[in-house]
Design a protein around this ligand. Structure first.
Ligand SMILES: NC(=O)c1ccc[n+]([C@@H]2O[C@H](COP(=O)([O-])OP(=O)(O)OC[C@H]3O[C@@H](n4cnc5c(N)ncnc54)[C@H](O)[C@@H]3O)[C@@H](O)[C@H]2O)c1
Length: 337
């Protein structure tokens, strides 16, 4: 039970996926949507019509420095998250930031330091696959021992929306990383499902699918991962694939193998081809992009870590930064921030 008594005043910056944050806050009885922010005129019209009680501004700084605001959701473009997080923390706000947390290791370290100085402030990030009912059921099986000892995990972040880098803002940023921007979801899934961190990575990338477009960075990255507990892993972040958005996932344990598919996941517990597999039919992805926010608000009220903890965020970004550094440059040890 939350001990929060006064409604928390929330500001949301960036009203793309940020609209899902607004919807989740709107449903929460202890939250007052105090201010909304976007640079785009059409979002102003949406905000004023949908949430006339909330203030609207096109200046993120106004929200980040307003002493009346307790919590900010940062849903702006990736390259401004760092600056906005630092300003929010300076002004004593709890921060829920869209992934990626930031784009550089020195920025992640600055954020870590700023949080260490103000341990009462909460931070979390929208690593939303942890709310997927099928992956939750899968994790319960792993924790119950149904997989025996895990020895390998593989995942593909098949984006299926190449146009977002060839036409949208992602391709116009000075730097965009598909590993930080997309692969982080699978890395977080790996950490959460296996309970082990990654020690070393080796990655390769190419830019064949978006060659000749505005995009200037790899649109395909494949990485081999060495886990601290001896497991191996494979990650592919694939923005150019000719298929709809999908999180491919395979988990291998001494007692079971799991293979994800759109309709259902397949759980094998025998090597005998005549033995049927079990269908895991829980919804996939089955999430609303605001699903982590109830817990975040409760964590503030109860003065505890949110479901996606500080450690979760920094571990995932440390691994992604190591993969980014390794692309076409050989093995890189993960330097945990
Ligand atoms: N967790 C997830 O599954 C998920 C899904 C989609 C996007 N995201 C993340 O959310 C962020 C936004 O992506 P999106 O898909 O919503 O993009 P989008 O283009 O749909 O919306 C972004 C909005 O933010 C506004 N904006 C950008 N910078 C701003 C600033 N400095 N001040 C005020 N408004 C600003 C833009 O005008 C735009 O309306 C990105 O960091 C992205 O990686 C996360």
């Amino acid at each position: 039970m939350s001990v929060q008594t006064k409604p928390l005043k929330v500001g949301v910056i960036g009203l793309g996926v940020g609209q899902a944050h607004v919807e989740a806050y709107d449903r929460h009885p202890q939250v007052n949507i105090f201010a909304l922010c976007d640079l785009a005129e059409e979002k102003r019209a949406w905000a004023l019509e949908s949430y006339p009680e909330a203030g609207f501004t096109s200046s993120a700084e106004e929200i980040l420095t307003d002493p009346r605001i307790d919590v900010v959701s940062i849903c702006s473009y990736d390259d401004i998250h760092y600056e906005q997080i630092m300003l929010a923390l300076e002004h004593n706000k709890h921060v829920f930031v869209e992934k990626p947390l930031c784009l550089k290791s020195e920025h992640a370290r600055d954020i870590r330091r700023a949080l260490d100085e103000k341990p009462h402030l909460k931070i979390s990030s929208n690593l939303i696959l942890r709310k997927c009912p099928r992956f939750i059921a899968l994790r319960e099986k792993i924790l119950a021992g149904d997989f025996g000892e895990l020895f390998c995990i593989e995942g593909d972040y098949n984006y299926g929306r190449l146009w977002k880098v060839t036409e949208g803002w992602r391709g116009q940023l000075e730097f965009y990383s598909i590993v930080l921007g997309g692969g982080v979801h699978i890395i977080d899934l790996f950490l959460w499902l296996t309970g082990s961190r990654v020690k070393e990575v080796t990655a390769y990338g190419n830019q064949i699918a978006s060659r000749g477009t505005q995009f200037r960075y790899p649109d395909l990255v494949s990485a081999i991962l060495q886990f601290e507990n001896g497991m191996t892993g494979k990650l592919t972040v694939n923005y150019g694939c000719m298929q709809p958005h999908f999180h491919n996932l395979m988990i291998y344990g001494t007692g079971a193998t799991y293979v994800n598919d759109l309709e259902y996941g397949r759980l094998y517990t025998s090597r005998d081809p005549l033995q049927p597999f079990t269908k895991m039919t829980q919804p996939y992805p089955g999430v609303h992009k605001g699903d982590l926010l109830d817990d975040f608000i409760a964590a503030i009220g109860e003065d505890r870590e949110p479901q996606i903890t500080k450690t979760d965020i920094f571990d995932a970004i440390s691994i992604c930064l190591a993969i980014e550094k390794s692309i076409n440059h050989g093995p890189v040890a993960v330097d945990y921030i």
